[in-house]
Every structure is written in structure tokens, then in C-alpha cells.
Design a protein around this ligand. Structure first.
Ligand SMILES: *Cc1c(COP(=O)(O)O)cnc(C)c1O
Length: 507
């Protein structure tokens, strides 16, 4: 065999990706300057430029794959410009859509540090300090929301994944046959899951992905406050047991995605105890609000759950992505996810056992998500979170009160930091189906224009058939001035859309 046909001179290897410390310092300092200026001027920018896909593509260009390289300094200049000038900023004080928070500045820096060490937090041997920082983060999050600190858990990509992990842990724990080996078969009873109609769509993905099928979900009715009807839940469980099915999981939501409503968690916990079901709480959005001394008993009931999912990238203000699953009994995670392939040398020492996170969840190699969460918890402490979450809720209530006071706005709901309302012109005909259909169309068009306009960003909720505007405040940059500006913006756009729709209808 010819050993070196290309005559490669390995004596003076210069890897194209390597940067000298001087070069790194120069490009890095320039980046930090740009970021600091960006953060300092965020409130003066539009929330979004509202550019269409073809415009964004034209700006990005359609160059083929670069064959040779670029100077990192120039590349950084160009890239910061592309992103700072053509993004939607969920850190903007007037971004209140969906549930995406302003990222904590300390989290931005933490991500850079995490990438520098680049630990693989799948095994302790590969990430000694990072693994223990993640374990401490899990304990601190439990402490923050009042969940037992002797429990366990881990960080995952998102709320969906956190809920999936809870779902799978429930399945292993409550199914009476070895489900991991034997799976689901025709001869076995049908596994059933119970949740309220307002549950996030992750439950459908879970039932589908994990082979139960979406027909295994029993959607329980809501009461007038958008919470699960406890009596209806118990009734359905009894009917299903009678029919020979196997109920195994009840999902309660701590802060629904549409309205922020919290299910009566203590009552759900009692039903789960009575019928030996796993109690999972989806607190992706609302669980951190349990830190407030004034939190409702419904919300504080999450401490009785077998598992709780929450999203540090929502109300803990981590940059995307960080989801978290907490379990009462850490052994339920290894019982669900652990395998021991021959190519892993992660045995450790029985007297001083190591935690290898690849055995606790679906991921194998894992990034250091915990650092941004851990640093934010240390930066401001529990008191800092109490203050920020409390302020967000107070701002949401202030917005709801403004909608109540405005003659052209109809307030619909307010829970945690989510307020919903809609624009209602004052000269519409009496209550009728046409009136509701018109209002739905009007508010949808209003929202489209608002979202593209860049003045403020809301999303929508459909409540009792009404298409509503929805403001969710997980935003530590929002001030009361930002909130006071919103009704006027909404009403101005609403009147404009109303005028156009009426003249189009007349034609
Ligand atoms: C956001 C949210 C989810 C999904 O979380 P992702 O982080 O978007 O995957 C699930 N449930 C609730 C209640 C949520 O608010």
C-alpha cells in the first residue's frame, strides 16, 4: 500500500478551522460589542420586520456551498448583520406571542462557555463537573417549585420531550407486564391516558409515537374556568376499567397553553392514588409560578405528582432550548431508559457511584444545557424569580383590566400571565351566528396584521368558539408603558380591518 499518495506534509499541520488566540480574541470581542449594543437598543427596534420568505431568501442569497473559506472577522460582521436586521426578537419588550421568553443575558454567556468546554453530559467520565452541575440544577428547580428534592430528573430539549419522558416513565411503572421487552400486543388490555381537552398537543404525539395510538387518549371535559372536570375524569376511569381497559396515566396541566388555566392538581393526585395511576403534571409554562408564596393551592398541588415537566426556556428565561423533567423516584427513569452496551466503559465505583445521564432519558450524547439554567438560578436566586414572575402576572392583570375598560375590547380570560380578549366594533348587529363568524374573521385578520407589523406581537386562542387575541407575558423587559400602548394599537388595526371587511362585503 502506498502510504501517502497525496504527499501530505503532516509535519506542519494547519487545520483550517483552528483560530489563534489573537484571532479568537479579536472576533470574540467584536461579537460581544455587537451583542451588548443589540441588547441596549432592542426596545427601539420593531419586534419583527415581517419580511416574507422570498425576501429573506433574496437577502441571504443562493450561493452554492463555499469551496474556500472566509475571514472569521468578516464572516462575523456579515452574520450579525443578517440576524440583527432580519429576525423576530422574542427578547423585545413587546413580544407576547406563544410562550417564548426573553433570554437571560447570563444564559447567552453561559452558552458560549458551555460550548467552550463542550462536555458530553451523557456520561460522568466525559463531563465530571457538568454532570454534577446538571444534578444540582435539577435539585434547585425542584426546590424552586416545591417538588421533593430527593427526586431526580434531567434536562431535555424541550417541553414536548420532557412530557414524553414522563409519559414513558409512567408506562414502565404502571403496566403490569414487561412492556420494554414485550411491547403492546393485541392480547393485552388497552392502555389509556386521561387529560383535559385543553392539554397541549404533545399528548397526541406521545400516544402516536409510542405506539398506543391517539384513540388511547380520553379527553376530559373542561369546566367554565377551563380546568379539567374532576367528576368526569373519575366517571371515565370507572367506565374504562369496567370495559377491561388499563388506565395508567392522568395528565394535569399547570398553565394551559391557550389560557394559562391550572387543573385542580390536588384532586387529580387523589384520584391517581385511589386508582393506582401515574400522575404527571405538564407544567411546561406554569410550574415556575409555584415559587410564589401566593400561588394557588391548585398549582402547589404539583408537589404530589409522580413527574413534572417544565421548560426553563419559558419562565426561567433560559435561551432555547431547555426542557426539564422531574420525577419523584429517580429509579423510574433508569427502569425506563437504561441499557448497557458493551462499548461503554461507564461502570464507576460502587462506593462512590456516578450518574450517567444517558441512562436517564432518550438522549445518548448530551450537550451542557444545564449551565445556562444553573447560572441564571445563581445570578438572581429564588428571590429574583419570585420578583420577575410576580411582575409578569401583575402586568398581565393590568392588560386584562385595560381590556375591561376599553369600549371596543372584550376581555375573555386571565390566568397566570396570559390574558385573552378580542376587538368588538360597537355597531355590530345583535348576537347571532353571523356576528360571531364576522368577529372571528375580523380578529384573525387583525392578528395577522399585528404580527407582521412589528409594533407588538400577540398570538391567538380559541375559547368557546371565540377567536381571541392572546398576550402571554414571560418577558422581563416588558414595562407597564408597553402594556398601556397595546389597546390603542389593537383598536387602530381592528378599526382598519373592520372598515375594509365591511366595504368588501358591500361589493
Ligand atoms: C410550551 C408547552 C409545551 C411544549 O413545550 P415545547 O418546549 O414547545 O416543546 C407543552 N405543554 C405546555 C403546557 C406548554 O406550554
Amino acid at each position: 500500500m502506498e502510504t501517502n499518495p497525496q504527499n501530505i506534509d503532516l509535519g506542519k499541520r494547519e487545520a483550517p478551522l483552528a483560530m489563534t488566540p489573537e484571532e479568537f480574541r479579536e472576533v470574540g470581542h467584536a461579537l460581544v460589542e455587537h451583542i451588548a449594543n443589540f441588547l441596549g437598543t432592542l426596545s427601539e427596534k420593531p419586534v419583527t420586520t415581517g419580511e416574507a420568505p422570498h425576501q429573506i431568501r433574496a437577502i441571504l442569497g443562493s450561493e452554492p456551498l463555499p469551496i474556500t473559506g472566509n475571514s472569521p472577522a468578516q464572516l462575523m460582521e456579515e452574520t450579525t448583520r443578517l440576524l440583527f436586521e432580519h429576525s423576530l426578537f422574542n427578547g423585545h419588550p413587546r413580544f407576547w406571542g406563544y410562550i417564548t421568553s426573553s433570554p437571560a443575558p447570563i444564559g447567552i454567556l453561559a452558552d458560549m462557555l458551555a460550548s467552550t468546554i463542550n462536555p458530553n453530559v451523557g456520561g460522568f467520565a466525559l463531563s465530571p463537573m457538568a454532570t454534577e452541575i446538571e444534578r444540582q440544577t435539577i435539585r434547585w428547580i425542584s426546590e424552586l417549585i416545591g417538588f421533593p428534592v430527593e427526586g431526580g430528573g434531567l434536562l431535555v430539549s424541550r417541553g414536548n420531550m420532557a412530557n414524553f419522558v414522563g409519559f414513558l416513565a409512567a408506562r414502565t411503572a404502571k403496566v403490569p407486564w414487561p412492556i420494554r421487552e414485550e411491547g403492546l400486543t393485541e392480547q393485552r388490555p388497552k392502555l389509556l391516558v386521561y387529560c383535559a381537552k385543553a392539554t397541549h398537543t404533545w399528548i397526541e404525539k406521545a400516544a402516536d409515537l409510542f405506539g398506543l395510538g391517539t384513540q388511547s387518549i380520553r379527553w376530559i371535559a373542561l369546566n367554565a374556568d377551563q380546568q379539567m372536570e374532576v367528576a368526569a375524569l373519575e366517571q371515565q376511569i370507572l367506565v374504562d376499567r369496567e370495559a377491561g381497559h388499563l388506565p395508567f396515566l392522568v395528565v394535569g396541566t399547570a398553565g394551559t397553553v391557550s389560557t394559562g388555566a391550572v387543573d385542580p392538581l390536588p384532586a387529580l393526585a387523589a384520584i391517581c392514588r385511589k386508582y393506582d395511576l401515574w400522575f404527571h403534571v405538564d407544567g411546561a409554562y406554569g410550574a415556575p409560578a409555584a415559587v410564589l408564596p401566593e400561588a394557588s393551592d391548585f398549582l402547589k398541588g404539583l408537589k404530589e405528582a409522580d413527574s413534572v415537566a417544565l421548560d426553563p426556556h419559558k419562565w426561567l428565561y433560559s435561551p432555547l432550548e431547555a426542557g426539564c423533567i422531574l420525577v419523584r423516584d429517580p429509579k423510574t427513569l433508569t427502569a425506563t431508559f437504561s441499557f448497557h452496551p458493551e462499548y461503554y466503559n461507564f461502570s464507576g465505583n460502587a462506593a462512590d457511584p456516578e450518574v450517567n445521564f444517558y441512562e436517564y432519558g432518550p438522549q445518548n450524547s448530551r450537550g451542557f444545557r444545564a449551565l445556562k439554567v444553573w447560572m441564571a438560578l445563581r445570578h438572581i436566586g429564588k428571590e429574583g424569580y419570585v420578583q420577575m414572575i410576580r411582575d409578569d402576572i401583575a402586568l398581565s392583570r393590568a392588560l386584562f383590566a385595560l381590556a375591561e375598560d376599553h369600549p371596543l375590547l372584550q376581555p375573555i380570560s386571565q390566568h397566570l400571565s396570559i390574558a385573552t380578549f378580542r376587538f368588538v366594533p360597537d355597531d355590530l348587529p345583535e348576537d347571532s351566528t353571523e356576528r360571531e363568524a364576522y368577529l372571528n374573521q375580523l380578529n384573525k385578520e387583525l392578528l395577522d396584521r399585528l404580527q407582521g407589523g412589528g409594533e407588538a406581537f400577540l398570538s391567538n386562542a380559541v375559547i368557546g368558539g371565540k377567536y381571541c387575541l392572546r398576550a402571554c407575558i414571560v418577558n422581563f423587559r416588558t414595562t407597564i408603558e408597553d402594556i398601556k400602548a397595546l389597546p390603542e394599537i389593537v383598536v387602530r388595526i381592528g378599526k382598519e380591518v373592520d372598515r375594509e371587511m365591511r366595504s368588501a362585503n358591500r361589493k
